[in-house]
Write a protein that binds this ligand. Structure first.
Ligand code: GAL
Length: 662
């Protein structure tokens, strides 16, 4: 199996068309297809009557052409006969309204009847294709959490939540205590009295909400595991994966990934909807880095943008070169294989404007040519750099608990956990410094600097892990709203903030200010700038002052501090700094940690990514600008160009890959 594939929907076209499609695919170097992840009705048109002939024919035709198949389990689109027979499978939203048919993701994963139907169809599929040599692997469901992010609040979920709580808390007294149920008379006499945190008349208990998010994630992991177990029973030498969605918060991908052979990601740089970031290069890079963290190894792209995106609303048309650039970006950050979504643009259904490689007409055009060029350019390189590691000396910590807890109580309506992580990543990205995304308990030993923003919920074992890293010489950076809560989402009260981080940071926070629609001014000695979102007013104990506030009643008080701790250093940043100030501060941290900042002066739109092997290091230069850019001579001296122009020129949206022997 080669390195490039496509998502293919043979059921959307006349049967004869597949011959043309196969020959066009061969022509551009497509070596695998993903199939069937929404084809439940086609495989089981009537309850219990399975029809796999069409899919077998398709798999065989691809086999004849030397193209492998990946089959998706169709559980994100249960068919109408099933939903009519068991409407209780439709999820219920937080207002108590049951959603209905006409779209997809209309299944409640806790529903036991649904689980039985899932078991049957997945078993039949696994029996049918588990031994097919041309089926290389499986995708479970499709994008768990897509369209399902805030669901479900049905009776079955309530019962499952109650069982999950009983398992976790053992006694109802423990539960009442953990959730602080003394507040507003929320005590339960029995687990069976617990309600789901659906829409209320006023407010919600944040501890209940956090546990519900954890429960929802566990439910999906369990739903996925049930399918994986069936497939493993019948399959031989086939991988099992799932297509994740970057920073989506429905399921904890570290947990989901544990049962998968590798994770996949769906990358749409043009964005899905209006409110999403569009072509935000730093955020795209960060998302890819996040993917690599889930199993601490490389991943695949299961859906890579192949044209303009669109359902009812459309995204911009990728300019010539951009599809290729985005592919190169994914490869640079650790994607071992790239699967384009989709082969040909659908003429019917919800996604008529979500363009594939081929337009509606099925005739090859500009996108087809560009993808042919891209595959040709990167296929060999992919073989060569598979499994290579990043060379990052900096890591940013990612935590689902903090993500959830700050979604539940953002303090400042403008504060978003992911947004803050993105600010830190962007500051590094603009300095052309690579950063890995890591979980709280990841091995930090290869990093010189670990940035852990918003450690709002801090468990003692996580604190110990941080402590050890710094004592051994690591540098860490924390921010405002850290050490505030325990794992039940309850405020700590046995010491001043930043709670468990007080000793490491050498500070106390005796006062703070939620900066609603206002900013603070900050002086850093050489630089000054602004802060937003939240301001911790820092009292330095052992720590030294790095920056001071220069307005408000706390003018003259500490805004940023640094503490010598063990053999390492601990920074504490009391508010969200403006881009320029954050950039300056991060730069000084990098120098302090003895991290070389080599490419800082390169044009802003040029991204630099390194993959390090035993004998060779590969350096990608990605030009996100729509103009020609140039790499200075000194920067490329002593390194060989492997892909791209020899003279250091980068075409608009062009890429160059250089190689350095050890
Ligand atoms: C993804 C999904 C695909 C397709 C695509 C375009 O989120 O996995 O099935 O829907 O978006 O909308």
């Amino acid at each position: 199996m080669g390195n490039f594939g496509v998502c293919y929907y043979p059921e959307h076209w006349d049967e004869e068309r597949i011959e043309t499609d196969i020959s066009l695919m061969k022509d551009i170097g497509i070596s695998y297809v993903r199939l069937a992840e929404f084809s439940w009705h086609k495989m089981e048109p009537i309850e219990g009557q399975y029809d796999f002939k069409w899919l077998n024919d398709v798999v065989d035709k691809f086999a004849d052409a030397g193209i492998s198949c990946i089959i998706g389990t169709p559980t994100a689109a249960p068919p109408a006969w099933l939903m009519n027979k068991h409407p209780e499978i439709f999820p219920v939203n937080d207002m108590g309204v049951r959603v209905t048919f006409n779209g997809r993701h209309h299944d409640c994963q806790s529903n036991k009847t649904y689980r039985e139907y899932v078991k049957k169809i997945v078993t039949e599929m696994a029996k049918e294709f588990g031994h097919n040599e041309n089926v290389a692997g499986w995708q479970i469901d499709n994008e768990f959490g897509n369209g399902h992010g805030d669901l479900c609040y049905c009776d079955s979920c309530r019962q499952a939540f109650i069982e999950w709580l009983e398992e976790k808390y053992k006694t109802v007294d423990n539960l009442n205590k953990a959730w602080g149920c003394a507040f507003w008379s929320q005590e339960y006499n029995d687990f069976s009295e617990v309600f789901l945190p659906a829409h209320t008349a006023a407010g919600k208990n944040p501890s209940t909400e956090l546990d519900f998010k954890r429960f929802c994630s566990d439910l999906i992991v369990d739903f996925s595991k049930a399918q994986i177990d069936i497939i493993r029973q019948y399959s031989e030498n086939q991988f099992i994966t799932h297509n994740c969605m970057g920073f989506a918060d429905k399921v904890n991908y570290y947990d989901l990934a544990a049962d998968l052979d590798f994770v996949c990601h769906d990358q749409y740089p043009g964005g899905f909807y209006l409110q999403m970031p569009h072509e935000d290069n730093a955020f795209l890079a960060q998302t890819l880095e996040l993917m690599r963290s889930f199993k601490n190894k490389n991943f695949w792209i299961m859906e890579q943008q192949a044209g303009p995106t669109g359902w009812n609303i459309m995204g911009r048309t990728p300019a010539p070169g951009q599809l290729s650039l985005w592919t190169a970006q994914a490869i640079a950050h650790g994607a071992d294989k790239i699967t384009y979504f989709r082969w040909r643009t659908a003429t019917f259904g919800t996604e008529q404007y979500w363009h594939g490689i081929l337009p509606h007409s099925g005739k090859p055009g500009r996108r087809y040519d560009e993808i042919k060029y891209t595959i040709n350019r990167y296929d060999e390189l992919l073989d060569e750099i598979k499994d290579l590691e990043s060379d990052a000396k900096v890591a940013i910590v990612y935590s689902y608990d903090n993500y959830h807890a700050l979604n539940i109580q953002p303090h400042n309506p403008d504060l978003s956990y992911v947004g803050v992580l993105a600010d830190y990543y962007r500051a590094l990205y603009d300095l052309k410094i690579e950063a890995d995304m890591v979980s709280e308990m990841a091995d930090f030993s290869k990093y010189k600097l670990v940035i852990a923003p918003l450690q709002y919920i801090l468990k003692p074992e996580v604190k110990e892990h941080f402590d050890e890293y710094v004592k051994n010489g690591g540098h860490m950076c924390f921010t405002y709203r850290s050490g505030v809560k325990d794992e039940n989402n309850i405020c700590v009260s046995d010491c001043e903030l930043p709670g468990l981080l007080s000793e490491m940071t050498g500070i106390e926070i005796n006062d703070y200010d939620c900066l609603r629609e206002t900013e603070v001014t900050i002086d850093l000695g050489q630089y000054s700038g602004k802060g937003k979102l939240f301001a911790d007013i820092i009292t330095t104990k052992e720590a030294e002052r790095v920056g001071v506030y220069t307005n408000n009643y706390y003018s003259g008080e500490t805004a940023i501090s640094v503490n010598d701790y063990g053999k390492g250093l601990v920074y504490y940043i009391g508010c969200e700094l403006d881009d320029n100030l954050l950039n300056k501060l991060i730069y000084s941290m990098l120098l302090q940690a003895k991290i070389e900042v080599k490419y800082k002066e390169l044009d802003r739109g040029i991204e630099v990514v390194t993959r390090k092997g035993k004998d060779k290091t590969y350096i990608f230069f990605l030009n996100h600008n729509n103009y020609v850019a140039k790499l200075n001579k000194e920067l490329i001296e002593g390194i060989e160009v492997m892909i791209g122009e020899k003279n250091g020129l980068l075409e608009p949206f062009g890429t160059a890959v250089y190689v350095k022997e050890k």
